[in-house]
Design a protein around this ligand. Structure first.
Ligand code: MRU
Length: 366
C-alpha cells in the first residue's frame, strides 16, 4: 500500500493550536513517528535534520511554515527568513515561502487584518500542496511516455538515487512516481535503488516506498553502480532535482553526477524528473548553485540519522575531517531529458527550458 499524502505532511488544528504534522523521515523505516511542529523554529529544526526533506516537500513545508507564523501572530518576515535559510540548495523551499508571504502581503494590501491575512497565507500553502500533487500525476504521465519512446520493449531495469516518491511530495513524487507508473503498467523488471550515502535516503526511504508499493527492487551501494552499468543491467537512470539552473544544470543528491557520467559512457538515458517549481531561471548555471555542506559527522558516524542524536558508532578515527556536500551538479550535456508537469525538454538547452517554463502554469509571486 502506498503512502497517503496526509501522512507525510498535514496542517492540523489541534486543541492547543495549529500545527504542521510531519512523518519524521529520520525514523524511517524502523518507526512511523509523527513530528508535531507548532512553531517555525521547530519546523526549521525538522528541515535541518531532514525529518522533512526533498525539494517539492520542502516548498510545501515552507509555505505552511509562513502560514503557521501568521496564524500564531509571529513575525512573518522573520519566520520567512529563518525558513528560507534553513537549507540553501532546493529552490522550492524559497519558492513556497515567497508564495505564502506574497499571499499574506497581498491580503494586507487589500486591507485585511492579521487573521484574514493569515488565512490567505494558509490558503496559498494549501494551493501549492494541491498543485504539487497534480504535478506528480502529470510528470508520471510524461515520464512514462518518454520511457516508451526511449526503451522499446518490456522489462525495464531502472536505476534511481536518493528518494523521490510520495515522501517528498504532496502526491506521488517525481522520479519514483515514473518508476511506480512503469511497475503498474507491468513494464518494470527491476528498480535498482542506490543506498545514497551518507544519510541513506535510498536504502531507508526509497526501499521503504518500493516495498510498500510491491515494486521489484534491489538495493546497491552507491559504488556498485559502475559494475551494474558495465554488465548492461541498467536501461535508464531516473532521478529528481533540487534546483535546475537556467542552462539546464541539475543539482541533486550527491552521487547523481557520477551516475550521469556512467550513463553517458554506457549510452544509457539519464532522465531528470522535477516540477517547474524546481527550475530556477534566475540562477544562470551550475557553478552559481549553492551546494549545501553538511556536518562531517554524517560521514564519520553511523548514528546521525536520528534527529538530535549525538555521537555513536564510529566509522572513522575520532575527529577525522570529512567532505560532505549534500548535492552535486550535473551539466546539461549529460542529461538526456528533463521531465516536468508541463512537458519534456530534450535535448536539454537553456532555450528549451525557458520556453517550457513560460508555457507552464507556475504561479508568479507577487
Ligand atoms: O537532502 P535531501 O534528502 O533533501 O535530498 C533530496 C534529493 O536530493 C532529491 O533527489 C530531490 O530533492 C528531488 S525530490 C523530488
Amino acid at each position: 500500500m502506498g503512502i497517503e499524502p496526509h501522512a507525510v505532511l498535514r496542517w492540523d488544528d489541534l486543541p492547543d493550536g495549529p500545527a504542521l504534522v510531519l512523518l519524521d523521515q529520520t525514523r524511517l523505516p524502523a518507526e512511523e513517528v509523527e513530528l508535531v511542529c507548532t512553531d517555525v523554529p521547530a519546523l526549521v529544526r525538522a528541515i535541518r535534520v531532514l525529518a522533512v526533506r526533498g525539494a517539492p516537500l520542502l516548498g510545501i513545508a515552507g509555505a505552511y511554515g509562513v502560514a503557521l507564523a501568521a496564524v500564531r501572530g509571529d513575525d512573518v518576515v522573520e519566520a520567512a527568513g529563518l525558513l528560507e535559510r534553513s537549507r540553501p540548495t532546493a529552490v522550492n523551499l524559497g519558492y513556497g515561502v515567497r508564495r505564502a508571504v506574497g499571499a499574506y502581503r497581498a491580503a494586507v494590501g487589500k486591507g485585511a487584518g492579521p487573521e484574514r491575512a493569515a488565512e490567505a497565507a494558509l490558503a496559498e500553502a494549501r494551493a501549492l500542496h494541491r498543485e504539487d500533487a497534480e504535478a506528480s500525476v502529470r510528470m508520471a504521465r510524461y515520464g512514462l511516455a518518454l520511457l516508451d519512446e526511449l526503451l522499446p520493449g518490456p522489462g525495464h531495469q531502472l536505476l534511481t538515487h536518493c528518494n523521490t516518491g510520495a515522501l517528498v511530495s504532496g502526491g506521488g513524487g517525481t522520479a519514483l512516481a515514473v518508476a511506480l507508473g512503469a511497475h503498474r503498467e507491468g513494464r518494470l523488471r527491476r528498480l535498482w535503488v542506490d543506498e545514497t550515502r551518507p544519510l541513506l535516503q535510498g536504502a531507508r526511504l526509497t526501499a521503504y516506498e518500493a516495498a510498500r508499493n510491491g515494486m521489484p527492487y534491489s538495493l546497491l551501494t552507491d559504488n556498485a553502480a559502475g559494475s551494474l552499468f558495465a554488465a548492461g543491467e541498467v536501461d535508464a537512470v531516473l532521478i529528481g532535482a533540487d534546483r535546475i539552473a537556467a542552462d539546464g544544470s541539475v543539482a541533486n543528491k550527491v552521487g547523481s553526477y557520477p551516475l550521469a557520467v556512467l550513463a553517458k559512457y554506457h549510452h544509457v538515458p539519464f532522465i531528470v524528473v522535477a516540477p517547474t517549481t524546481t527550475v530556477d531561471l534566475d540562477t544562470v548555471d551550475g557553478a552559481s548553485i549553492t551546494v549545501e555542506q553538511r556536518p562531517g559527522s554524517e560521514v564519520t558516524e553511523f548514528t546521525s540519522l536520528r534527529a538530535g542524536a549525538a555521537g555513536g558508532l564510529l566509522g572513522a578515527p575520532a575527529g577525522a575531517p570529512a567532505y560532505n556536500p549534500a548535492f552535486d551538479i550535473t551539466p546539461p550535456d549529460l542529461v538526456t531529458a528533463i521531465v516536468t508537469e508541463g512537458g519534456v525538454v530534450s535535448p536539454v538547452t537553456g532555450v528549451g527550458l525557458a520556453e517550457l517554463c513560460a508555457r507552464s502554469s507556475q504561479v508568479t509571486i507577487s
